[in-house]
Design a protein around this ligand. Sequence first.
Ligand code: SME
Length: 166
Amino acid sequence: MAEVTLDLRGVSRPAAYAELGAHLDAVLEGISDRVAIMATMAAVLHHSFGFLWTGFYQVLEPGQHLVVGPYQGTLGCLTIEFGRGVCGRAAATGRTVVVPDVREFADHIACDARSRSEIVVPVFDDARALIAVLDIDADTVRAFGDHDVAGLERLVKRFAHSTVRA
Ligand code: SME
């Protein structure tokens, strides 16, 4: 198995995401179980960049509720309604949401009071149905930019061809 500890904090984001993609390809080779993929992606992303909270909310009832999935960080909110908070907005719109400063996002749901900025990326299956969102929090404002949007949207595409856990 590939080396599991990456430190990408001093690396430019485009180079970091390229390295992360290659790393995940190696670690997840032959793996199609969604929970295994989510858990591995959360762990690798979280520790490579030193984020505050990194994880997935899965679609529990389409258009209604998300429920927390594999994550790294302090205790996450258990369920989130579509349309509520940053996660619910990404789920309801099917679009990535970047919040440069959580104090300026009125409906932000604070699971960890140290969160200062956030990005939430929708995750789709092969049929373009929403299956989850990837949520990442940082303890600094403006931690996420266009390179993160592009890099993370590319990373979550691996779910399109994954199979549902038996
Ligand atoms: N801040 C999120 C809630 C999830 S926690 O950050 C883990 C939101 O506003 O949707």
